[in-house]
Design a protein. Structure first.
Length: 316
């Protein structure tokens, strides 16, 4: 990529930020600064998470989206997710550890499902599709309202666990690539995707599929990692030679960029807020910091781990 330089004065020091010609995926803005760059070799898979071997993160000056300066493809990325298993996934093992301590994301999923239900109350045999269902924690919350569950996860190990947990057949939880013919048009009353779209090179394509599969009065709900949270976390941790970046994230979002993405895909956002709080002391500190920075910045800084958004068809 052809790069230029821009100068930024911060706390009395002169910092040089490289600029990239790669345009913002959501709003199309160009000449945005590269705010972080580091190697991205995966010890788990013995392979670079991005083909360039470098994880360079660009921050859009217009909508706040952060996105990688990479030509990575979904085919390249899928090899990592297809091999994920509870034994190899540090994030899953952390979740299991929290489960033994009674501290899980189930509380977050439950709060999110309550928001969804206020916008469209479920009736018997409504169908829900969870894209990136992992081992089915979110779906179990909806199952309490007699919703019929469907899921998708590229990891066959996760898909197997999810089927066992939901007590459904192979046709209800698939692990192949999502395609137009995966499900009939207007088949689902609810489609959810938690911490998944950021791992895809073209999330708009998946949102288009969701729009086709959603009933006219249906609801979609997504959560995606927040740009400010990961940039601030990285800037703090790099002083201690640690990284706050997740090399599997092709995108991190702001409420503004999330709203624009949904609108561009033909949805009308009806709720956008913070999500993915840890139920522990660290989570309480981050939650306090979120509200402090929000007030201090006039809502310009969104220091929550994730953005949670609910939307419906524009035409309905």
């Amino acid at each position: 990529m052809c790069e230029r330089y821009r100068f930024k004065v911060l706390k009395g020091f002169m910092m040089v930020l490289k600029q990239s010609d790669r345009s913002c995926y959501v709003c199309g803005a160009v000449q945005n600064p590269i705010v972080a760059s580091e190697t991205c070799y995966s010890e788990e898979f013995k392979k670079n998470k991005l083909p360039e071997g470098q994880y360079s993160l660009i921050k859009c000056r217009s909508c706040g989206l952060t996105y990688v300066d990479s030509d990575v493809t979904d085919q390249y990325l899928s090899q990592f997710y297809q091999l994920h298993s509870p034994e190899s996934d540090d994030e899953y093992n952390s979740m299991i550890k929290e489960l033994t301590e009674g501290e899980t994301r189930c509380g977050d999923f439950s709060r999110q499902w309550q928001i969804i239900k206020t916008l469209r109350r479920p009736i018997n045999d409504d169908r829900l599709l969870d894209i990136g269902c992992a081992t089915g924690e979110a779906g179990m919350i909806a199952k309490e309202d007699n919703v019929s569950l469907y899921g998708h996860d590229l990891s066959k190990a996760y898909a197997y666990i999810c089927r066992r947990r939901w007590d459904v057949g192979a046709d209800h939880v698939i692990s192949t690539m999502l395609e137009d013919e995966s499900f009939p048009r207007g088949f689902f009353s609810y489609i959810t995707s938690y911490e998944t779209l950021e791992h895809m090179t073209n999330p708009s394509r998946v949102l288009d599929l969701m729009k086709n599969w959603l009933k006219p009065d249906g609801i979609i709900a997504i959560s995606v990692p927040a740009s400010d949270y990961f940039v601030i976390k990285h800037n703090c941790l790099k002083k201690f030679n640690r990284s706050g970046l997740v090399h599997g994230h092709i995108f991190n979002f702001t409420p503004k960029s999330c709203k624009l993405l949904l609108e561009r895909s033909g949805f009308e956002p009806v709720y956008i807020g913070p999500a993915n709080w840890s139920v522990n002391a660290a989570g309480s500190i981050i939650r306090t910091a979120y509200y402090f920075l929000k007030a201090l910045s006039g809502s310009r800084i969104f220091f929550a781990p994730s953005v949670f958004a609910v939307a419906k068809h524009k035409a309905f």
